[in-house]
Write a protein that binds this ligand. Structure first.
Ligand code: CMP
Length: 141
C-alpha cells in the first residue's frame, strides 16, 4: 500500500471546500491516515517549497501558502502518488481534465486548491514535515 501527502491549500479552506474535496478524495478510494488544520508561517511554507526557491513564483507561492489555514493529510491507496495526481489534475486548472479537483474548484496556477506529492520519496519527506510516525497510523481498515 502506497502513501502520498496532500495539502488542502488556503484557497480551499477560504472557499469552504474542505468537505467537498475530502468527499472526492474518499470516493476515489483514498484512506485518510493523518489529517490536521494548521497555518504555515512564511518560514515553514518557504522550507516546504524550498525545491522551488529559484523559481520566479516562489515568493508568491510562499505568501499564498502562509496566507491562511491549510489542511495537510497523509493518504493511502494502491498507487497513491500517481492516482492522486490524476485525481487533482494539472497544476494550471485551465489545463486540467474535466472532473478533476483543480478543474472543478481552482482559480489559477498559484491558487490551485490542493498539493500532491510528485514521488514516493517526496511523499515521505513531505509527510514528515507535518506528521510524526505516531500520527500516521492507519485506523480504519
Ligand atoms: P504544488 O503542487 O503545490 O507545487 C508547487 C506549486 O507551485 C504548485 O502547486 C503551484 O501552486 C505553484 N506554481 C507552479 N507554477 C506556478 C506559476 N507559474 N505561478 C504561480 N504558482 C505556480
Amino acid at each position: 500500500m502506497e502513501r502520498t501527502l496532500t495539502i488542502l491549500k488556503p484557497d480551499c479552506v477560504r472557499k469552504q471546500l474542505i468537505g467537498a474535496v475530502i468527499d472526492k478524495i474518499e470516493r476515489a478510494g483514498f484512506r485518510i491516515v493523518a489529517m490536521k488544520k494548521t497555518k504555515l508561517t512564511t518560514e515553514t511554507a518557504g522550507a516546504f517549497y524550498a525545491v522551488h526557491r529559484e523559481r520566479p513564483f516562489y515568493g508568491e507561492l510562499v505568501e499564498f501558502m502562509s496566507s491562511g489555514p491549510c489542511v495537510p493529510m497523509i493518504l493511502e491507496k494502491e498507487n497513491a502518488v500517481e492516482d492522486f495526481r490524476k485525481l487533482i489534475g494539472a497544476t494550471d486548472p485551465a489545463e486540467a481534465s474535466e472532473g478533476t479537483i483543480r478543474k472543478l474548484y481552482a482559480d489559477s496556477k498559484g491558487e490551485n486548491i490542493v498539493h500532491g506529492s510528485d514521488s514516493d520519496e517526496n511523499a515521505r519527506i513531505e509527510s514528515s514535515f507535518f506528521f510524526s510516525t505516531e500520527d500516521a497510523v492507519r485506523v480504519n481498515n
